[in-house]
Unconditional design. Structure first.
Length: 273
């Protein structure tokens, strides 16, 4: 990515961040900020092997989906990545679907790399990271950062351990040797235990299985159910979220033969109808 383009993305990430609620250094709840800023947000536990998220522009609305079977810290990064697409790449109608390859930076697609860079700058801007390390972490200059320090950073910025390491390396705060050492320390001591020992946010390391669906998406779920794209159990769970049962919507349902797997393409097809 060219230096000018990187700077342009930092400017966009910074101006989005200004609209978010920040604690001392990190964004407190990016999901809430998105909802407040008018994004149509969907969260649903599609399973660990399913796609991680998507961003769609429909009419003048941005629709963002995140798979809440991911660990919360991963789901937050997916959200930031999808916001990146919406800000950088969705001026016209269109859509992006993301999986483990695009989100973890293993895709060579330029737009995927840009969305990841946007997410990193939104969640962990250079100045806030430097300020946090300087003011909140003792002896970091003499001793370097420990795995405990990384989980402190993780808790403040609501990111995963791996993303923290990745970003710290990109900001030249740690080098590749330190990164390897910290990664080994993580494997030995387990992130969940480390989080506990610093009184950090343990929720980051587990999946929330959150369901968050704007009421109008009940119709999309029914559409998908009618097209065999989601099983009956999914429809029941979505309805239960609004305290409804199958009987309450029976007039909208067609006869059902087989239960196929969840299918994001169909859901997007539903959105574009
Ligand atoms: Zn993407």
């Amino acid at each position: 990515m060219q230096t000018d383009r990187k700077r342009a993305i930092r400017i966009q990430a910074d101006s989005f961040r200004e609209k978010c609620k920040i604690s001392k250094y990190g964004i407190i709840d990016l999901f809430k900020d998105c909802a407040r800023l008018g994004y149509k947000l969907l969260r649903y536990p599609l399973g660990e092997n399913a796609d991680l998220g998507f961003a769609v522009k429909k009419d003048n609305d941005f629709v963002i989906f995140t798979n809440s079977s991911s660990r919360l810290s991963r789901e937050i990064f997916t959200l930031a990545h999808e916001i990146g697409h919406s800000v950088l790449h969705l001026e016209e109608a269109g859509s992006f679907i993301d999986d483990h390859i695009t989100i973890t930076g293993r895709s060579s697609d330029e737009k995927e790399q840009e969305a990841n860079y946007f997410a990193a700058c939104l969640l962990m801007p250079s100045d806030a990271v430097h300020r946090f390390i300087d003011l909140e972490i003792q002896h970091s200059h003499e001793k370097g950062l420990s795995a405990m320090d990384i989980v402190r950073i993780m808790s403040e910025f609501n990111i995963s351990f791996d993303m923290a390491l990745h970003r710290l390396e990109n900001l030249s705060i740690i080098d590749s040797h330190q990164k390897l050492r910290l990664d080994n320390e993580k494997t030995e001591r387990k992130v969940g235990n480390l989080l506990q020992s610093v009184g950090g946010n343990a929720r980051l390391n587990i999946s929330g299985h959150e369901i968050e669906i704007p009421y109008e998406y009940i119709d999309y779920t029914i559409y998908n159910y009618n097209h065999n794209a989601v099983p009956k159990e999914t429809l029941e769970r979505v309805l239960a979220y609004y305290r409804l049962s199958i009987e309450d919507v029976s007039d909208k349902l067609v006869d059902h033969k087989s239960d196929d797997e969840d299918d994001l393409d169909d859901l997007i097809g539903g959105l574009n109808d």
